[in-house]
Design a protein around this ligand. Sequence first.
Ligand SMILES: Cc1cc2nc3c(=O)[nH]c(=O)nc-3n(C[C@H](O)[C@H](O)[C@H](O)COP(=O)(O)OP(=O)(O)OC[C@H]3O[C@@H](n4cnc5c(N)ncnc54)[C@H](O)[C@@H]3O)c2cc1C
Length: 375
Amino acid sequence: MISYTYVRAYPRRADALTFLDIWSSPPLVMNGHCMFKIQEYISFRDLNTFKVGGSARFLADVASIKELAKAVSFAKERKLPIFVLGEGSNILVSDEGFFGFVVKMNIKGKRFNFVPNGARATVSPGENWDDFVEEAVQKNLYGIENLSGIPGSVGAAVAQNIGAYGTEVKETIESVTVFDTDSMEEKTLSLSDCQFGYRSSYFKSEAGKNLIVTSVTFALWKKGGVDIEYQDLKKFFREKNTPSLYTVRQAVLEIRKNKLPDLSQVGTAGSFFKNLVVTNKKYKTLRKKIPNLPGFSLESGEIKIPLAWIIDNLLHLKGVSKENVAVYDKQAIVLVNLHNASAKEIYNYAKKIQKQLKDVVGVSPEFEVCFVGEF
Ligand SMILES: Cc1cc2nc3c(=O)[nH]c(=O)nc-3n(C[C@H](O)[C@H](O)[C@H](O)COP(=O)(O)OP(=O)(O)OC[C@H]3O[C@@H](n4cnc5c(N)ncnc54)[C@H](O)[C@@H]3O)c2cc1C
């Protein structure tokens, strides 16, 4: 069966592509019953957790590699930039929207292959990250329990190298399969090919921006021990017996609930900034100026400085709002949309904080949030 649908909403402005251009383009071929739709002028507001942003010029929800290839071809033929969207929990979309093609990753699937010491889990990018963690814990598989409760999809978890409570997702990744938008083929990358760093990966670099994560293989183990060395978890389990895998997940979920905004009530994208990572020498210099500045040694020998501490203790911005945006009162690295903030308001406040941080510590933090469209 061959069928395709073109869905048109209302145009917001005169665009280079006309309706005619699109109808004269080759039809998108579908398999089976699934109908592949390319939609126009779709509002981003319900597609991101900040609840802001204009429209996507084109958007397609892709549920298979074939659909992904069709969507990419459509964008390439029209020389449109592509933005790969997961669940929109780490993006800030411009009020003017995105004049390109948004590929909403909806490829689903999870497979656990058990081996004597654990299991290999192969997961599709459109699966919800925390559903995967929950299932792994239920199957008594160790490795990702400290990453419980992080919003978003599996594909983005890898691209972002998500981390929390002393764990990063890269620690359990065996390989990542990607769709290369240049060669239009899938290929599998090893862990080292992925070049994971602190909230970064090859997929986020200029060289890897043509790669879309299409499947991830995790190595999880059966008889692992839990890791509760991170301060908050240590405090939570003080004076208790060694917790089980399940209780660690519950503890992480509870700590997060008390510290982070409830996405059903408040618009946010989590940490707006990355923590500072500086050389030991730079850290020592900073400590001369700010004697109680906290810092944690990383494997690389560098020092990670918690930015929330600086925003709270040196800038005194915890809970402080500007226009319709606030620094979250329980976690100062998080910005929240108070009442219908615009993306511009959020961006301006973040830039202001970034500048103040540069003035106070001499280092400008990078943004963790990904920007979509022009700012
Ligand atoms: C309340 C809250 C708490 C959070 N806590 C944490 C935390 O503890 N630790 C942490 O690390 N993060 C945290 N985050 C950030 C966020 O949850 C993660 O970055 C998450 O991985 C984003 O997933 P997503 O599907 O929503 O990605 P999106 O926001 O849709 O996209 C994020 C980036 O990933 C890219 N991307 C998406 N899918 C793919 C794919 N298949 N292939 C290639 N690139 C892709 C996008 O292009 C974009 O650049 C938090 C966010 C919120 C709102």
